[in-house]
Design a protein. Structure first.
Length: 169
């Protein structure tokens, strides 16, 4: 009887250890699957950034779901709130938003050792169109889908956004 109880305890112990190993593999598998999705989204050249928070010299602000940056192979569309100071009036800086469409731009992608993305987008100054005071947009995308964006402008203080990326509008 004691042998059967000992054997039963050993079997239960092995099952518990197996469940822990499966749970760890499952967590790692989910993390790897999410990283794969992020890579596919970024490499698709058709995704968006949805901000949740804006951080500027004026403080930190929650951002509504109305705002985004849409990135396509042939165009960039941004509609973001602006909280901060504008150095000059005019040139679309007074309306409280960052609102532009670029069809001519440079798109440079770098990855760090962990695989996270650092993307710098700069407009072609000769074909800039609207919102010509924006100098660059920098996206930092983590493999967990979280992202941050920094917008640098000529006539406004820099502003940063924290949020996430996706591939459905």
């Amino acid at each position: 009887m004691k042998t059967q109880q000992s054997l039963l305890l050993i079997i239960i112990g092995i099952l518990c250890l197996t469940n822990v190993a499966v749970a760890q593999n499952s967590k790692e598998d989910k993390k790897a699957a999410l990283a794969d999705i992020v890579r596919k989204v970024v490499n698709s050249d058709d995704y968006f950034f949805a901000p949740r928070y804006a951080n500027s010299s004026g403080g930190s602000f929650d951002v509504s779901t109305d705002y985004s940056i849409k990135i396509k192979k042939d165009s960039i569309y941004a509609y973001l709130p602006y909280y901060g100071n504008a150095q000059t009036s005019g040139n679309d800086v007074a309306d409280g938003t960052i609102n532009f469409t670029w069809t001519a731009f440079t798109y440079v992608v770098n990855q760090d050792k962990k695989g996270n993305y650092d993307i710098v987008i700069t407009p072609d100054r000769k074909k800039i169109g609207t919102m010509n005071d924006v100098k660059s947009v920098t996206l930092k995308i983590s493999l967990d889908g979280s992202a941050s964006v920094q917008v640098l402008s000529t006539n406004r203080n820099p502003i940063n956004f924290d949020g996430s990326i996706g591939n459905r509008y």
